[in-house]
Design a protein around this ligand. Structure first.
Ligand code: SF4
Length: 237
């Protein structure tokens, strides 16, 4: 569907008070029932157990840990991200259903922190995936983590936390940075372009030189070596 065709639908919804009330209600409920997947990449992860357990108890806000990216709403990146880890972080992010939110905890996710000179770390997380909120500090205390999550809840409630849409609208930019770091044959099993079409979020920046490069190098999914490094059949035997 073209953008021009979509406008009357959106206008109609804007004028329908019942639809607006329903949208507000959905956003409110979503912001009060969040599952987080904490990808413990660096030392900042050490502040998560107190934030989650009885002392600070983030569950009272409606936030609970989740083990699977498929059911998670928030991806927490808790410190410096090595280049090897970043591949897994991107893979995890792409597996999450939309809408999804990313929180970068620790100064290392903002600008590399004390590892800014290291050849092995990615310096700015938001060059590789959209980040909704940073909680800076080396390392931020649980109070700061809780306060950051409350800010994110407010932004979800008000509809401002929409960075996940940016990944679809500017996929070529993110993919370009990923290719610079991992090589031009970088590929994940997720088809972001088809997803962007599905959500009607194709933007001017969705396709470009880097998505063309991806098409050029793209292997069929069966050819991707995504196994854990051992043959399941062999290990059963
Ligand atoms: S900001 Fe400090 S505590 Fe956090 S990951 Fe970096 S070095 Fe570790």
């Amino acid at each position: 569907m073209s953008t021009l065709q979509k406008i009357p639908v959106i206008e109609e919804k804007k004028g329908n008070p019942l639809a607006r009330v329903f949208d507000d209600l959905v956003r409110f409920c979503r912001s009060r029932s969040l599952f987080i997947l904490h990808y413990c990449t660096g030392c900042g992860a050490i502040e998560l157990p107190p934030a989650m357990t009885s002392r600070f108890d983030m569950e009272r806000l409606g936030i609970q840990p989740m083990v699977s990216p498929r059911q998670a709403d928030i991806l927490l990146i808790t410190g410096y991200v090595s280049i090897k880890t970043l591949k897994r972080v991107i893979l995890t992010y792409e597996q999450m259903g939309s809408p999804k939110y990313v929180v970068g905890i620790c100064s290392c996710t903002v600008n590399g922190g004390m590892y800014w000179q290291s050849y092995a770390t990615a310096k700015k997380l938001d060059e590789y995936m959209p980040v909704d909120l940073y909680i800076a500090g080396c390392m931020p205390r649980p109070e700061a983590v809780i306060s950051g999550l409350q800010k994110l809840m407010d932004r979800i409630n008000s509809g401002e936390a929409d960075s996940w849409q940016d990944y679809y609208r500017n996929y070529d930019y993110y993919l370009g940075n990923q290719q610079k770091l991992f090589g031009e044959d970088w590929q994940t099993p997720t088809d972001i372009i088809t997803e962007a079409k599905h959500y009607e979020l194709m933007g001017e920046g969705t396709l470009g030189d880097h998505t063309r490069l991806l098409e050029q190098h793209q292997k069929p999914l069966e050819a991707l070596d995504m196994r854990l490094g051992h043959n399941i059949k062999e290990s059963v035997e």
